[in-house]
Write a protein that binds this ligand. Structure first.
Ligand code: DC
Length: 225
């Protein structure tokens, strides 16, 4: 790669439980790229705020927490302030708090540099809500991954059950719908497919088929003039 070429980024955006994480991790492994789960950053902030007893409605207090927060990714583990929080940040209470803290421009701004700092050679697969629209607007490939709310609730249900956690399908479906509405309606970096993103509906599509499709789209995109 010539020094004038930017480090390639594949941006994968989409709603909760659309399979972004699984697809992004497989694509990153296939290409030997780094992987960024940006949702984990919002979740880490939400967990830290809950643990500190912070007011989740106070964006200034939240952005102050971020300033001093050390968040580290090691493989598929996430640590906040040196404590492993990989499972804790997946709790439904943290999911809902993350969706709320993510609505504040101050919080989003405070996390911007951390996300961009993870763009390292040979490349990055970044997943979230605004990877293609804001954080890595120059990504070589932008994917908008979706699936029906029912299928997403079922995926999350199986995921939680597999981890021995309690869950109710009705509550999960309701939470997913509420979070979709909140993530899409917020004025800053709302969840939306940008014009230059490729829409992939994964309802009923096996993981490997989606991964193959993304890899083919990447090969095509990097050859484009
Ligand atoms: O992808 P996830 O479900 O782990 O994300 C948790 C929350 O963080 C979700 O409600 C939306 C928010 N989020 C965001 O606003 N922007 C991102 N790039 C990633 C996540």
């Amino acid at each position: 790669m010539s020094s004038t070429q930017p480090i390639p980024v594949i941006a994968i955006d989409g709603p909760s439980a659309s399979g972004k994480g699984t697809i992004a991790q497989h694509v990153a492994a296939a290409l030997g790229f780094h992987y960024l789960d940006s949702g984990a950053l919002y979740r880490a902030v939400a967990l830290a705020a809950l643990q500190a007893g912070a007011n989740l409605e106070n964006d200034l207090e939240l952005s102050r927490i971020i300033l001093t927060l050390s968040i580290n990714f090691t493989g598929d583990r996430v640590a906040v302030g040196g404590h492993d929080v990989t499972e804790a940040i997946r709790d439904e209470s943290v999911s809902n708090a993350a969706s709320l803290v993510a609505t504040y421009p101050k919080v989003r701004k405070a996390l911007l540099a951390r996300q961009r700092g993870l763009r390292q050679a040979p490349g990055l697969v970044a997943e979230g809500r605004d990877m293609g629209s804001v954080v890595f607007a120059d990504a070589v490939l932008k994917i908008f991954l979706t699936a029906s709310a029912e299928e997403r609730a079922e995926r999350r249900y199986k995921q939680l059950m597999g981890k021995g956690m309690n869950a109710s399908m009705t509550t999960l479906l309701q939470d997913i719908r509420e979070r979709d509405a909140r993530d899409s309606a917020r004025p800053v970096a709302p969840l939306q497919k940008c014009a230059d993103a490729v829409l992939l509906d994964t309802t009923g599509v096996p993981v490997q088929a989606v991964v193959t499709q993304v890899l083919a789209l990447y090969q095509k995109a990097r050859q484009a003039p």
